[in-house]
Design a protein around this ligand. Structure first.
Ligand code: SF4
Ligand code: SF4
Length: 334
């Protein structure tokens, strides 16, 4: 089970697809004492992994203290970062504080294409330098790529680059239209391209020694099963069942891209929200609508609840980016 905490809304880049519409620090962000209390609650409820994300989490002055505290509570502190602030010294400090791994964004093998998407000249080189710094410090890192129409043909090359740089994994994120990404909806992949890319990734996985993980692409589970592979994950979409997100101001939602506010940790303890909130209970019911409801893979996949919400206004509706019709295929599922 994992929680992502947007530790701050401040960011040093201006990525076109940012789901938080990050840039400036917000006035009401959780302070150190509130963050420590949140970490206690996350550990109490049985989560294993705490992802410090943002904005850019390394812009929080108390970040090392919070990483150290999370590790002392038995959590595995990991990062979702743009990597541009990771110098040799920062990597060593993160490692010493107890960070277990770092996920660094890289969207192209071509520096200027990456920089254009990230809204900052020099972002590609700084991110790659950040990866090298992690490697020197013995801090495991993985490459995170957001895939869209403009870069979907270079995903396998990015996997090869990740291997060359010494990454432990390549996580491929499929765009969900929220935050600034809502403006990019027309540039996102269409269902057929999405299916093709997922099949390509299943094949690429056979060729490389590192893990390739499609993220926000739960249909990957169905595609892998149908290709005769056994995925190593329990379920495609974990929103509200084994994953949730806390915003910089302490609001809880089922997933970074599913903008349904479940409650605030300033009003109700996180542990109570997680155990009792009706939104989480509904997501755990697995009673999906449309094709997902009829699908034999629904327990393994679950469809993207955030895309269902964006396109249908109901997070339990069918996943709009899936072309699979279980009855037509006549399959019993895994
Ligand atoms: S709803 Fe599920 S599949 Fe969609 S982005 Fe969130 S966790 Fe990923
Ligand atoms: S129909 Fe829904 S549950 Fe079935 S594979 Fe597609 S997205 Fe997943």
């Amino acid at each position: 089970m994992l929680v992502s905490w947007n530790a701050t809304n401040a960011c040093n880049l201006s990525c076109r697809h940012c789901y938080r519409d990050a840039g400036r620090k917000l006035a009401g962000e959780l302070d150190t004492a509130e963050a420590v209390n949140l970490i206690d609650e996350i550990a109490r409820v049985g989560f294993k992994i705490l992802i410090f994300s943002g904005g850019e989490p390394l812009l929080r002055p108390d970040i090392y203290e919070l990483v150290r505290y999370a590790a002392s509570r038995g959590l595995r502190p990991v990062f979702g970062t743009n990597g541009t602030l990771i110098t040799g010294g920062v990597a060593v400090k993160l490692k010493k504080a107890g960070a277990a791994a770092v996920g660094i964004s890289l969207d192209s093998t071509n520096p200027s294409r990456h920089d254009r998407f990230r809204g900052t000249v020099g972002a590609w080189h700084a991110a790659v330098e950040g990866m090298k710094a992690c490697r020197s410090a013995g801090l495991p890192f993985q490459v995170h790529t957001t895939v869209m129409e403009w870069n979907c043909r270079e995903v396998e090359e990015l996997t090869d680059l990740a291997v060359e740089l010494g990454a432990t994994a390549h996580h491929v994120f499929f765009l969900v239209p929220t935050g600034r990404a809502a403006n990019l909806e027309e540039e996102s992949l269409r269902a057929a391209q999405y299916e093709q890319l997922l099949s390509r990734l299943v094949k690429k996985q056979e060729e490389v020694p590192i893990e390739i993980k499609p993220t926000c692409a739960p249909q990957f589970m169905r595609i892998a099963f149908r290709m005769g592979k056994k995925p190593r994950y329990r379920k495609g979409c974990l929103a509200g069942t084994a994953y949730c997100l806390v915003t910089p101001e302490g609001d809880v939602q089922p997933c970074a891209y599913l903008n349904v506010r479940v409650g605030s940790i300033r009003e109700v303890p996180f542990s109570r929200l997680w155990k009792e909130n009706p939104v989480f209970l509904r997501l755990r019911s697995e009673e999906y609508g449309g094709r997902c409801g009829r699908c034999a893979y629904r327990r393994a996949c679950g469809g993207c609840r955030a895309r269902a919400y964006f396109y249908h206004g109901d997070y339990m509706a069918e996943e709009p980016w899936c072309l699979y019709e279980a009855r037509a295929a006549g399959e019993g599922g895994p």
